[in-house]
Design a protein around this ligand. Structure first.
Ligand code: PGA
Length: 253
């Protein structure tokens, strides 16, 4: 059975004191509340080791927000899969739309990163999703199809089963404008059927597909109740413990 996951992408927010405080609050919350989903955080890379030290029993998954497509060497500013593995990080977000928009990342980069992460036994959270113009012109199914194929379809069935996919329509990220549960569900079902056509239904049914884009405490439950939505990748609302906790509780009946 595929996992339900709520993952917090902290982006470039919080100084070390505030980051540590939120990590502690989340640990306390996890200890005191039964959750019906796995909980991950992706803090700035500077704080990954702190998170790993704090979550010594792996209560909360710890993910980088990106990783290099290269193994090692002269790549100033980059973080390698081996480095992440050496601090026992659980994985990395790959291909977030902000990496695509501000750092020119393409699905070919994502393909190499996803493959490298898997080779190093890290879980990639691969992000895709269309822009507003692409949705307005009715291209969203085609765009997401291309993204999924280029980034993931060189993987073996065993490999793709270990990937988490996050569908994040660019127009919904940080804008307060969420895809309706129906709009999200139809793209999630589309992604799952693409995988089923290529790898078989059994493989497709094992892959967690998260929705991201203005998930908030008041819409999480409805979004998560859709059959092909297995959780969320949360930006702004992951920065406050009360909001993030309420989103996690979107999986409570
Ligand atoms: P948001 O960000 O929840 O602030 O819209 C989501 C994301 O970028 O992963």
């Amino acid at each position: 059975m595929r996992k339900n996951i709520v993952a917090g992408n902290w982006k470039m927010n919080k100084n070390v004191i505030d980051a540590q405080q939120l990590m502690f609050q989340l640990l306390e919350y996890k200890k005191n509340n039964a959750t019906n989903c796995d909980v991950y955080i992706a803090p700035p890379s500077l704080y990954l080791m702190m998170a790993k030290d704090l979550y010594e029993n792996n209560e909360i998954g710890v993910f980088a927000q990106d990783m290099s497509e290269h193994e090692s060497g002269a790549y100033t500013g980059e973080i390698s899969a081996d480095m992440l593995k050496s601090i026992e990080a659980d994985g990395a977000i790959i291909g977030h739309s902000e990496r695509r928009q501000y750092h020119g990342e393409t699905d070919s980069h994502c393909n190499r990163k996803v493959k490298l992460a898997l080779d190093k036994d890290l879980t990639p959270i691969y992000c895709n999703g269309e822009t507003l113009e692409q949705r307005k012109s009715g291209q969203h199914f085609e765009i997401v199809k291309n993204q999924t194929e280029v980034a993931l379809f060189t993987l073996s069935a065993e490999e793709i089963k270990k990937v988490v996919i996050a569908y994040e329509p660019v127009w919904a990220i940080g804008t307060g404008e969420t895809a309706t549960p129906e709009q999200a569900q139809e793209i999630h079902a589309h992604i799952r059927s693409l995988i089923a056509n290529k790898y078989g239904q059994e493989v497709a049914d094992e892959i967690s597909i998260l929705y991201g884009g203005s998930v908030k405490p008041d819409n999480a439950k409805e979004i998560f109740s859709q059959p092909d939505i297995d959780g969320g990748l949360i930006g702004g609302a992951a920065l406050k413990i009360d909001d993030f906790a309420k989103i996690i509780e979107g999986f409570n009946s």
